[in-house]
Write a protein that binds this ligand. Structure first.
Ligand code: ES4
Ligand code: ZN
Length: 337
């Protein structure tokens, strides 16, 4: 598109990117081969004949089926390092300078992979990316909301050892009937300990309870609300939520490709435009590019610019919002803008 050179050149920060959502089929295939795993359809148990076969079958899965099945090939430090490096190389090529990356530790420890294995792999890649690619990063540990609060607390405690890398706590997975308040023990403990920022996915997968999830994240999570909201696009339906979010100065991380799975495109882009025009601080993230038609951050920003009718100046504002909303130190923010 005509807008590509401008969006590509903007110095960018991504605040909504799941590392497990960057597992492109090529990497899944490679990790399976070197770990001597036979890749099979989680639905039928049929062994995939080829990478092309895997790719076409993934297309027929729901997002969560495809996403969680991918975890199974991640076993060694090298797998985690290579997965993260694949992302950092793409980030550098897009002029992404800093990223706060989500990961789901429960989906790894559950299969017998140790914290040391995945954190040392992430660290190896992050160190190399900072030195060789000029891409800085921090990590956000997500709690799987469809798992128990006890498991969440155990993983919170394990994360404390890695607080040089981990900057925040998030909440993800399928949100319907799993509000942030189920984990209030963890949020208030994290506030008392004071090491991590807090955020939560409040997405449209939450159906009729989504507005209540947003209200909890804004007002009560951790005692007086989170530090950021992931998604939260449906706040656009409720003027009082828009006001609350503005009053609290919370930023939203919006990922258009994620919403297309749950709602029609045109009204969804109107919600993004409404939030932006209302003065809500928002940025455009990429969520799970490997499962969202290979839409990395530049593509997400291009589609928002086109569909919301935003100008170059609007897009510069949105890119600066991401810097503003990030949890990096002031020197880092100044170096980007
Ligand atoms: C996710 Cl798109 C989405 N929604 C909820 N949880 C997630 N984890 C990774 N991607
Ligand atoms: Zn997400």
């Amino acid at each position: 598109s005509d807008d590509y050179p401008f969006i590509q050149a903007l110095p960018k920060v991504d605040l909504h990117l799941h590392i497990e959502g960057t597992l492109v089929p090529e990497l899944r295939w490679k990790f399976a081969e070197r770990n001597n795993l036979t890749l099979k359809s989680p639905r039928t148990g049929r062994t995939y004949a080829s990478l092309e076969d895997l790719k076409s079958e993934i297309e027929t899965f729901t997002f969560f089926e495809a996403y969680y099945d991918g975890f199974n090939v991640l076993l060694t430090k090298q797998d985690y390092s290579d997965l993260a490096m694949n992302y950092f190389e793409r980030a550098a090529a897009m002029n992404v300078r800093y990223v706060e990356i989500f990961f789901d530790p429960q989906g790894h420890t559950n299969r017998g992979v140790s914290w040391e294995t995945f954190m040392s792999g992430f660290k190896e890649a992050a160190t190399k990316a900072e030195q060789e690619l000029n891409v800085k990063s921090k990590w956000i540990m997500c709690i799987l909301r469809d798992w128990s609060p006890e498991s969440a607390m155990q993983h919170y405690e394990a994360a404390l050892k890695y607080r040089d890398m981990i900057i925040g706590l998030g909440l993800d997975s399928d949100s319907y009937k799993f509000p942030p308040s189920l984990f209030e023990n963890v949020w208030s403990r994290a506030r008392a300990d004071g090491f991590f920022k807090l955020t939560a996915h409040c997405d449209d997968g939450a159906k009729e309870d989504v507005h209540e999830h947003i209200r909890e994240a804004v007002c009560s999570m951790g005692g007086s609300g989170a530090d950021r909201i992931d998604h939260g696009i449906n706040a656009a339906d409720k003027p009082e939520l828009v006001e609350l979010i503005k009053q609290r100065g919370l930023g939203l991380t919006l990922c258009p490709c994620a919403y297309l799975r749950h709602q029609p495109a045109e009204p969804m882009y109107r919600k993004i435009a409404l939030l932006y025009k209302a003065g809500v601080k928002c940025m455009i993230g990429s969520d799970d590019p490997a499962y969202m038609d290979d839409n990395w951050q530049v593509n997400n920003m291009l589609v928002v610019k086109a569909k919301c009718g935003f100008s170059n100046e609007d897009m510069t504002n949105i890119a600066r919002n991401a810097v503003d909303m990030c949890w990096g130190p002031p020197e880092l923010k100044k170096a980007i803008y």
